[in-house]
Design a binder for this molecule. Structure first.
Ligand SMILES: Nc1ncnc2c1ncn2[C@@H]1O[C@H](COP(=O)(O)OP(=O)(O)O)[C@@H](O)[C@H]1O
Ligand SMILES: [Mg+2]
Length: 328
């Protein structure tokens, strides 16, 4: 029997989603193999709620609990926090220093992929199309002429280290730039401006838990808002998910190939989701971002893709947890 610390919560706009992701994973975990403890993170408060309802703090020296005089340690940490500190490498770095096995991508991969601009640079180096973009720190002057020349309008302004479409604005003209910059800089000291890619949004799950890197499925995301913004993501009526995406087989094959290539070359582990837009203008799939802790609520894309592949979710989570342990 392995003790699992299933970590949920965190400090981003995806706090609530993380709780639902963790809830679902908790239910799916095989209780004959694992004893899961749901550990709640909010700022520096890391706690476990005992069966009597009282809160027990995690001892951060070794990530343990003390319950009724008895010390509880964990064999595996299962990270289910979207956004900071679970998706950007911070928690991963801490666990690496403690030598505690955890699920999913390592600290470097998490930090690199969480920054949209640096991730784009790494993905472009693999020969995968990305939209033209510019990078600004909050101290940089806004170069309107350069933005017009490189990205044009409409374009997207996004804070580099954020998620859930928080700090993301679709900008229709130069007049809207200042407001979009101010919004993005609320969440980070760097942002990117990206050329608008008109087309259909696709997302591909990739996993290493079956012994080799393989894709799960390609899902089309159809947002009812102007883009896949926060409201569209988290309201049931705001979007439609179509698995498998109704696209040409050669497009699907290319999305799978790109997703596997990114997973392998950026040293991903566990399960991730790679997002693209297939351009209406030139037919090419443009890489958008990688989610290294993708949503796994009962209604999320990854569980849906696992089921679509006729794989068993409990077995999937057993493998994901066991993959964290040092391989003998
Ligand atoms: N360059 C772009 N062209 C078209 N739509 C975009 C572009 N960048 C972002 N979007 C839209 O904004 C959404 C959020 O952007 P994304 O880069 O995925 O950030 P987040 O991490 O916040 O999800 C996307 O799902 C898409 O609908
Ligand atoms: Mg996204």
């Amino acid at each position: 029997m392995y003790n699992i610390a299933l970590i949920a919560g965190g400090d981003s706009g995806e706090y609530e989603v993380s709780l639902r992701t963790a809830d679902n994973i908790f239910q799916m975990l095989d209780k004959n193999l694992f004893k899961p403890y749901l550990i709640h993170f909010k700022g520096s408060e890391w706690t476990w709620k005992g069966n009597d309802g009282s809160l027990y703090p995690i001892d951060k020296n070794d990530f343990s609990l003390k319950v009724a005089g008895e010390k509880i340690t964990f064999d595996i940490v299962f990270i289910a926090i979207h956004g900071t500190p679970g998706e950007n490498g911070k928690l991963q770095s801490y666990l690496e220093m403690l030598g505690l096995p955890y699920t999913g991508c390592g600290s470097f991969c998490s930090a690199l992929t969480f920054n949209k601009y640096y991730c784009n640079l790494a993905v472009a180096a693999l020969g995968i199309p990305i939209a033209p973009s510019l990078h600004f720190y909050h101290t940089d002057p806004v170069d309107y002429a350069q933005i017009e020349a490189v990205c044009g309008y409409p374009c997207f302004v996004k804070s580099c280290n954020s998620g859930s479409s928080v700090g993301v604005t679709k900008v229709h003209s130069a007049e809207e730039l200042a407001g979009a910059f101010a919004e993005a800089f609320k969440y980070d000291n760097q942002l990117m401006v990206e050329k608008f890619v008109r087309g259909r949004e696709m997302t591909c799950g990739v996993t290493s838990v079956y012994g080799s890197v393989q894709t799960l499925a390609v899902t089309e995301v159809v947002a009812s808002n102007e883009f896949y913004d926060y409201d569209a993501k988290y309201s049931a009526v705001g979007h439609k998910l179509l698995t498998p995406a109704a696209i040409r087989p050669e497009d699907e094959a290319l999305l799978r190939k790109y997703s596997e290539c990114i997973f392998h070359n950026l040293d991903c582990k566990g399960v991730v989701r790679v997002d693209f837009i297939i351009s209406e203008d030139d037919g090419k799939p443009y890489f958008l971002e990688i989610n290294t802790i993708p949503g796994q609520t009962a209604l999320s894309i990854i569980p849906d893709q696992v089921k679509f592949k006729q794989l068993d979710l409990t077995d999937f989570y057993t493998r994901l947890a066991m993959e964290a342990l040092p391989q003998s």
